[in-house]
Design a binder for this molecule. Structure first.
Ligand SMILES: Nc1ncnc2c1ncn2[C@@H]1O[C@H](COP(=O)(O)OP(=O)(O)O)[C@@H](O)[C@H]1O
Ligand SMILES: [Mg+2]
Length: 259
């Protein structure tokens, strides 16, 4: 496993926001490395800087200290060819069909119409949206909209997919199915995923690595490597024990964040 090359390196990253009510220390000395092909999950209390860290990887937020390398090169700004992001809100264009939404990033990159149409159309099958190419977002369920947003990110074919609570707004059953679906997509596309969730189940079901963050200012408290085979037997004694361990780490930080 460790023979795999390191795709993402985060070293000593610190971030303070200056707000009208004073400074907010969002991240303190965060270091993390992620191998190519990994599914790395960040989990931690609200406000501990998870989105800030993803924002930095996506080139939208600048660190005060430390550095971030993607594929050996520093992140200097958004680069959708290297890093694509999916958020909790699908953020689809309501006037565009499914196909046109999936095509969007390619359009921005100036890919010719026919080629981008073809790329998007090929993605619809794996997205489970084959019959929905010509539908508008208002005609789609929450899970479908989120799959369109993921398709839009996948169309760019960046090696790295950042996912910030992508299933956070979905009901539990849809969410479980979306987890199964994402696992399949990740294994097929071999992307490197950085995933943010509050769900212990999602973290354990999906990840090769789970990084637990402390209450603000966020640091990496523990990083667990998960080597169990997929699909994971969530009721196995090993998983149940891991879940208890993970919860005790997170519970402590969530309590601190509430004080
Ligand atoms: N643009 C910003 N300006 C000021 N404060 C911010 C900004 N973005 C985030 N914060 C603050 O930084 C902290 C970390 O935020 P965030 O990275 O969104 O955490 P998380 O995603 O873990 O909930 C929070 O206290 C949040 O209010
Ligand atoms: Mg967030």
């Amino acid at each position: 496993m460790s023979a795999r090359p390191e795709l993402i390196t985060i070293e000593g990253v610190t971030k303070r926001y200056l707000t009208s009510s004073g400074p907010v220390d969002a991240l303190h000395d965060v270091s993390l490395s992620v191998e190519e092909g990994a599914f790395c999950t960040l989990i931690g209390p609200s406000g501990c800087g998870k989105s800030t860290l993803l924002g930095m990887l996506g080139g939208l937020v600048t660190p005060d200290r430390g550095r971030l390398l993607v594929d050996g090169r520093p992140v200097t700004g958004p680069d959708p060819r290297r890093v694509a992001t999916v958020f909790q809100e699908a953020g689809l264009f309501p006037w565009r069909t499914t196909l046109q939404n999936v095509e969007f990033g390619l359009e921005l990159q100036g890919v010719p119409a026919e080629r981008r149409r073809q790329t998007a159309a090929e993605l619809l099958g794996p997205l489970g949206l084959s019959g929905f190419a010509e539908k508008y977002p208002r005609e789609l369920s929450g899970g479908m909209k989120q799959r369109v947003a993921i398709g839009r990110a996948l169309a760019l074919d960046a090696k790295i997919l950042l996912m910030d609570e992508p299933f956070g707004a979905l009901d539990e059953q849809t969410r479980l199915l979306m987890g199964e679906w994402l696992l399949d997509i990740w294994r097929r596309t071999r992307k490197t995923v950085i995933f943010v969730t509050h769900s212990l189940h999602e973290a354990l079901f999906l990840s090769t690595r789970v990084a637990v963050m402390t209450a603000r200012p966020g640091r990496i408290k523990t990083a667990l490597d998960l080597t169990m085979e997929y699909p994971r037997a969530m009721e196995s004694s090993e998983m149940v024990a891991l879940r208890a361990k993970l919860w005790s780490e997170i519970r402590e930080e969530s309590l601190r964040a509430m004080r």
